[in-house]
Design a protein around this ligand. Structure first.
Ligand code: PEP
Length: 247
């Protein structure tokens, strides 16, 4: 079975009520490829507003979720609260959280387990720094990040892996198609070895890092690139061109 193309939009800590309503209204009216699964991740404060105004057929993701069901965890949001609000996905392990908030591989893995156990899909981010790439450690770093998750979960059917080289995020410096395909193929091999044949064939591996309407079509031709996680460009009308990259 071919893997369905998947495009996520990560708004990060951007937007306000007006701009988010306007992005949603643009998406509602846009001609989006019906073969692409689209999920947008606004800031937590605007999740409900987004869900309320967004047309059906496009899903909404949180940018993070906590691993405990409820209780004294100030500032956090639980999986059950997301489900209650019809938010069906979450990003986890974004490099901005790994680096700035020092989230460890094992914490990301625990949160992934909690999200999946609670019935939420996970866009699981992984990726290396420039120093790690230059030291030839890309695959080692990425598989260590994914390996921590593999120790917590068995079923990868509701996980989309987002390979996001940190040096390409928000820098305008996109990975070449060859660089991205090489890492995606290695992740697929790793899935085959560590998780199993079905996960190897079925798991979507999407690319993130300065994806734009200009570079998405070339990247989308690669055999192991099953879509994109888009930051900056997801706030712009050109996001629709990225959704339609395979047309
Ligand atoms: C991201 O935040 O996941 C991302 C890929 O950002 P950008 O597209 O802006 O590089």
């Amino acid at each position: 079975m071919p893997r369905q193309f998947f495009v996520g939009g990560n708004f990060k800590m951007n937007g306000n009520i007006d701009t988010i309503k306007s992005i949603v209204s643009h998406l509602n009216d846009a001609k989006c490829d019906s073969n692409t699964e689209v999920v947008i991740a606004p800031p937590a404060l605007y999740l409900l507003l987004t869900r309320e105004h967004l047309r059906s057929g496009i899903e909404v993701a949180a940018q993070n979720v906590f691993d405990k069901p409820n209780g004294a965890f100030t500032g956090e949001i639980s999986v059950a609260q997301l489900k209650d609000s019809n938010i069906t996905w979450t990003l986890l392990g974004h490099s901005e959280r790994r680096v700035i908030l020092q989230e460890s591989d094992s914490f990301v893995a625990q949160k992934t387990k909690a999200a999946l156990d609670g019935g939420i899909g996970v866009i699981l981010c992984c990726g290396e720094t420039l120093e790690q790439r230059e030291a030839g450690k890309t695959i080692e770093v990425v598989t260590a990040q994914l390996g921590a998750v593999a120790r917590e979960i068995k079923d990868w059917s509701k996980v989309v892996i987002a390979y996001e080289p940190i040096w390409a995020i928000g820098t305008g410096k996109v990975a070449s198609t060859e660089q991205a395909q090489e890492v995606h193929a290695s992740i697929r091999e790793w899935l085959g070895k560590e998780v199993g044949g079905e996960a190897k064939e079925a798991t979507r591996i999407i690319y993130g890092g300065s994806v734009s309407e200009k570079n998405c079509r070339e990247l989308a031709k690669e055999k192991d690139i099953d879509g994109f996680l888009v930051g900056g460009a997801s706030l712009k009308p050109a996001f629709v061109d990225i959704i339609n990259a395979r047309q």
